[in-house]
Design a protein around this ligand. Sequence first.
Ligand SMILES: *[C@@H]1O[C@H](CO)[C@@H](O)[C@H](O)[C@H]1NC(C)=O
Ligand SMILES: *[C@@H]1O[C@H](CO)[C@@H](O)[C@H](O)[C@H]1NC(C)=O
Length: 322
Amino acid sequence: MQWFLSFFSFAVAFQVVFAAPAGLERRASATDAADVGFATLNGGTTGGVGGTTTTVSTLAALTAAVKGTSKKIVIVSGKHPLRTITGNAVVSVGSNTSVLGKKGSSLVGVGLRVKDASNVIVRNIRVSKVLASTGDAIAVQKSSRVWLDHLDLSSDRDHDKDFYDGLLDITHGSTGVTVSWSKLHDHFKASLVGHSDNNKAEDTKITVTYANNHFVNLNSRLPSFRFGRGHIFNNLFQNSNDGINTRLGAQLLVENNVFARTKKPIFSTDGGFAVARGNDLGGATNTAPNGSFTSAPYSYTLSSVAQVKSAVAAGAGQTLSF
Ligand SMILES: *[C@@H]1O[C@H](CO)[C@@H](O)[C@H](O)[C@H]1NC(C)=O
Ligand SMILES: *[C@@H]1O[C@H](CO)[C@@H](O)[C@H](O)[C@H]1NC(C)=O
């Protein structure tokens, strides 16, 4: 027995170290709080921790479950065997809510909007093919403390660039947003931060962290960032046209990202700034003016660019299981 127990604990310890390398399926907890970036500030982002848990498989059930400001955890399961919720709608997510996707679940034509809300977590959700006439795949507006983690967002590039709208748009003065370990792919307009050129008054306070995301086969806005402050580190950008566009007074801190076959990795069309260090630009050039955002207001661990390539390619997207 003694022998068996010690062998068993050895095997368990071994598993922790070797059976789950970054990137393969990872166990996550429905009660995890935001662990990186701006979403960890001002009390942090805990979503629906401490509230009820509901599992949903239809658009009607999802829409009803994520409403309102009471604490709640909503697990998106989808119908067996495809685990897909299909529709043509944008679902509004209220404050104090966690929306967590089961492995293999998927929203097709159905986007999520976090508007006038605070303390929201969206993790492990896959969204595809939300029509422009319906909205963005994920939209964050007038909100604070939002953690978007392990998302898989895409459409296709078979139509013109305005057939679909944004994959992940963060606008209207939203603060304390972190986008981590997400995969944005096969789309024209990836991620817009800041609503419009004349929305300075509202959007200057925007704060967003992008960490460990995989951007692949996109045209533009990786992200396009107006006003506000952004910390963009340890992301992998591949096969895309425009990279990070810093605009209209935006102050970005861009560290240890890897760009491969991305034509304009860091640039500014009109008056944005970036402090860029430690990036692998894949032979292309950073043309953005140097800025003043030199140090993020939270602690974080930078991976080396060599680590970013393999860890992000394997780990970003809907790779969690709950
Ligand atoms: C939920 O969030 C709001 C802020 O949006 C807060 O005022 C409220 O107290 C929270 N409710 C619960 C039940 O935690
Ligand atoms: C950019 O500006 C910051 C802050 O003034 C400074 O520390 C840094 O050395 C500058 N970087 C470059 C490449 O000029």
